[in-house]
Design a protein. Structure first.
Length: 603
């Protein structure tokens, strides 16, 4: 028998639905918000990349310093407002109707677009950098709403899918923003005017879609709006530190945005200086990176079985390291001697290698970030959720500005663009390893995910029988050394396991079980002992019987000579977890529970 008890304050709900995450795009509450935030991200990136391309290809007057350094400066200027104003933005979001606040922010975007049109006509780089800062301020006040509003628009079982759509949509907007900004800005003679007109059209469309975003009552109308930027930033970070796993997810997200930000800012210079690419090819490579990130974000729901799967985070971390390293490996010192067009570039193996590296780098980033966003939203008190998102934005901006500063220093020291990707790869190893040591739940879920998706094909029936909140005791048959991991994969709520002490002490797995706070007990196979009754005497909670089917005869079972002592005979074996009807503590005797579990086993 395996006993499992739920822990933690988080409510978990499961609804049986046939729709996938894309059905949310037809939902009246979610769809207007989705398109509004996508149009905002699109406008930001049209401006940023348009300005970078204007400078990189000499279309606007700019004579001091190198264009690649200016690209990092522009990025840092856009991020700076997130550091300065995220705290009051979070306070404002928690004390306001989020739908109405979105509409006011989108009106401000129209005014900024009109200003952009005028500055682009004047061809003044200093004014355009100030405009980038102003657009950053506008985005800062939208930032806390972007993620805090999601749990109020969709049910919890759709939270991963909704985050995937938001992240995917954001990066698809980045794709179009990079492409549109780069293409319109580099049109001969009229590029700056086309860029300004595009910004205005997108701002108007964003306000139009925002008019259908539903009103969301203020989470805490008593919040006082303060402009003491330093102390307020410290306060929102204190809110984020109330739940350790939330704060660590924010640290992971801050590193993700730093990695992506620094990588993205180097791509135009990588295309021009290392590859000697045309502007069109530079935009295609930028788009490949963003397409990969959007694909990774939207892939998360399918890979996570519609719950918050932290096991995807280490997979994303591995990909970020590997593909950033391969960019350095393939292109270090490999500067093109002659300009190369799109067709010629993709006629070479190195061209396809770089395109795949960039796309997979983005995909890894999507797998890394979406579970972290979902965990941050799910484990945060709704009353302070916007301020916690604001804390995320503060820390994101600090690390992104530091990343831009590091990139500038490396470039000034003579490091080539591929060398910056090598630096990111090595830093990713150190930072994510430290994060996983602080919260081993990531590694535990990673091992579980790999086990379930590589060695077995898991199917779960009766998940609706699990309680939506509060404690419960789960009892199951014991078949193999990995029963606890499979049960953990089937039950996405935090749980503690009771297991045979010899299984608990298996090398390598022992640390995982200890991290999961498993409780080792003496032998108890073949029968349900009275220990479960003693547990319920002390803590009367509902009991859920569970049957594990298909594990006998697998590599981890004791059949045919013992577990893991023979060659595995099959991979992707079908495993079914049958979850039975809940039993009250008063009716849950050992004899009754054994009977219920046996009835769930397929003979």
């Amino acid at each position: 028998m395996i006993g499992v008890s739920f822990e933690g304050p988080w409510k978990w709900e499961y609804l049986v639905r046939s729709e996938n995450q894309f059905s949310l795009l037809k939902a009246k509450r979610f769809a207007p918000y989705f398109w509004t935030q996508c149009l905002g991200a699109l406008n930001d990136n049209v401006l940023r990349n348009g300005l970078v391309m204007l400078v990189t290809y000499g279309i606007v007057d700019y004579t001091s310093g190198s264009p690649e350094i200016l690209a990092n400066v522009v990025g840092a200027v856009f991020i700076l407002p997130f550091l300065l104003f995220s705290a009051p933005a979070g306070q404002l979001a928690d004390r306001s109707d989020k739908g109405d606040l979105i509409r006011r922010i989108k009106l401000a975007e129209i005014l900024l677009a009109l200003l952009a049109l005028a500055l682009l006509a004047l061809n003044t780089i200093n004014g355009l950098v100030v405009l980038v800062f102003a657009m950053g301020v506008q985005s800062t006040f939208f930032g806390p709403i972007k993620y805090a509003i999601l749990p109020e628009l969709v049910p919890r079982e759709s939270l991963v899918g909704a985050n995937g759509l938001v992240e995917g949509g954001t990066y698809l907007a980045i794709i179009l923003g990079l492409f549109i900004g780069g293409m319109v800005a580099t049109v001969e003679n009229t590029g700056p005017y086309l860029l300004g007109t595009t910004l205005l059209i997108l701002a108007i469309l964003g306000y139009w879609t925002s008019r259908s975003v539903p009103s969301i009552p203020a989470a805490d109308p008593s919040v006082t709006l303060s402009w003491n930027l330093w102390s307020d930033s410290v306060d929102v970070i204190k809110h984020a530190r109330q739940e350790r796993s939330v704060f660590l997810s924010i640290m992971g997200l801050s590193w993700f945005w730093t990695f992506g930000f620094v990588a993205l800012m180097q791509l135009p210079a990588l295309a021009r200086d290392t590859i000697n690419a045309s502007p069109t090819l530079a935009n295609i490579l930028l788009c490949g990176f963003a397409i990969g990130t959007g694909a990774g974000a939207m892939l998360c729901e399918r890979l996570s079985r519609r719950h918050i799967e932290l096991g995807l985070v280490p997979i994303g971390a591995i990909g970020l390291t590997v593909f950033a390293f391969d960019i350095w490996l393939a292109w270090s010192g490999n500067a093109g001697e002659h300009p190369i067009g799109t067709q010629a570039f993709f006629a070479t193996a190195d061209g396809w290698r770089l395109a795949i590296d960039l796309a997979m780098l983005g995909l890894s980033g999507g797998l890394f970030s979406v579970p972290l966003y979902a965990m941050m939203q799910d484990r945060t008190d709704p009353a302070i959720r916007a301020r916690v998102v604001a804390a995320n934005n503060v820390l994101n901006s600090v690390m992104m500005i530091a990343g831009a500063g590091l990139a500038i220093l490396l470039l000034m020291a003579g490091v080539e663009i591929p060398g910056i990707f090598l630096t990111l790869s090595l830093m990713n190893i150190a930072i994510t390893a430290f994060l996983f040591l602080l919260l081993p739940e990531f590694i535990m879920r990673f091992v579980t995910w790999c086990l379930v998706n590589v060695l077995y094909r898991l199917r779960v029936n009766g998940q609706e029988n699990l309680p939506t909140e509060g404690a419960a005791l789960i009892v199951a048959n014991h078949v193999s050394f990995v029963d606890a991991l499979l049960l953990g994969a089937a039950i996405p709520r935090p749980a503690r396991f009771v297991m045979y002490y010899k299984i608990f002490n298996i090398p390598l797995l022992k640390q995982i079980f200890r991290t999961a706070k498993a409780i080792p007990l003496a032998g108890h196979r073949q029968t349900f002992r009275s220990g479960v009754e003693r547990i319920l005497d002390r803590t009367p909670v509902p009991v859920v019987p569970v049957g594990l089917n298909g594990l006998w005869g697998s590599w981890f079972s004791r059949s045919d000579g013992g577990a893991v002592r023979k060659w595995p005979r099959r991979f992707r074996a079908p495993i079914t977890v049958e979850i039975g009807q809940m039993v009250s503590a008063a009716d849950a005797t050992a004899k009754r529970l054994e009977k219920d579990v046996r009835q769930l086993l397929v003979t």
